[in-house]
Design a protein around this ligand. Sequence first.
Ligand code: MG
Ligand code: ZN
Length: 371
Amino acid sequence: MQDKSRNSLIGIMLMFLVSCAKPVAPEMPSIPVQMSEKPKNIILMIGDGMGLSALSVGLFQSAKPLNIERFPVVGLHKSYSFDDLVTDSAAGATAFACGVKTYNNAIGVNSDTVACKTILEEAEERGLATGMIATSSIVHATPASFAAHEPLRVLYEEIAADYLDTEMDLLIGGGKKFFDRRNLDERDLVTEWRKRGYKVWDYSQAELRTIELDPSTNLVYFTADNHPLHASLGRDYLPDATQKGLNFLAERGKKGFFIMIEGSQIDWAAHANEGNILIDEVLDFDKAIGLALDFAQRRGDTLVLVTADHESGGVAINPNSSRGKIKPIFTTNGHTGALIPVFAYGPKADLFAGVYENTSIYFKMKEALGW
Ligand code: MG
Ligand code: ZN
């Protein structure tokens, strides 16, 4: 009896202390208690060209910790392609999408140019909702490798036509001209999509932030006729598109969803050896990562993966740098063959620890889903 009353007194004191304590946002959010055994949803985020040193540049330039620091599991992948120790984005994304090492420039085909079924196509077949968001044209190499099958990455109009072979639920990115102003044929793919019940928007009608994504139909939003601006010039839709896109797919995907989200222009900043643009692109991508992690932490049923296809620019942090004043230097205006980090959070995240081939990311995603 005495114990009980003492316990309840302690309980009241604790409640008082808790209610008086100022709410402080934790630097590292805690892992949710209710985590499902396997993921219902996969969010695969690719920072094109975002090697460890580009990430380090963003991290030490930023006044606040990055969202990337919230991940509990980290691995490394070997990015080389079938024919080159230094991969391009086409072979790099095809490795994630299909689990095959193919030649540079290949879009969703193996080294004999035979089409390989992508994880996005399999997800669609199995009744999951699917989507892609990119800050480049949506038919550029990285997204293309998840839903098109072409021997060369520059076949943009062919890639656009391939997109109508898979009933994707959500596409947000540039490249409208490859769909509705084609040289290859007389087709207007925007009209074809609308006839199939898709809602198709573009930047000239309304800014993405001003529109509601209605989950009752499949949806395409074109951010530009070809490539949108880079973040330093005011492109600011990636975090917004990520938030809206995840909510949209969660509504549509009763059996789950697969989405590929790309920070496309990190690579281009590195090609141009533009340190400030590189930082802006990495930080923009990191904001989107934070929203994906928040989404996954609320739900407990979503696996979030962040990686890159390859390193770009041979980025290094100059010895005269300090925190907040980073001077990135570049050793090339092309790609390099460095090991690439993989960050994982959510059910089955532990599969992604270790050192492995880029193609293993495909097999690990399938293993996580139990396919
Ligand atoms: Mg790309
Ligand atoms: Zn590149």
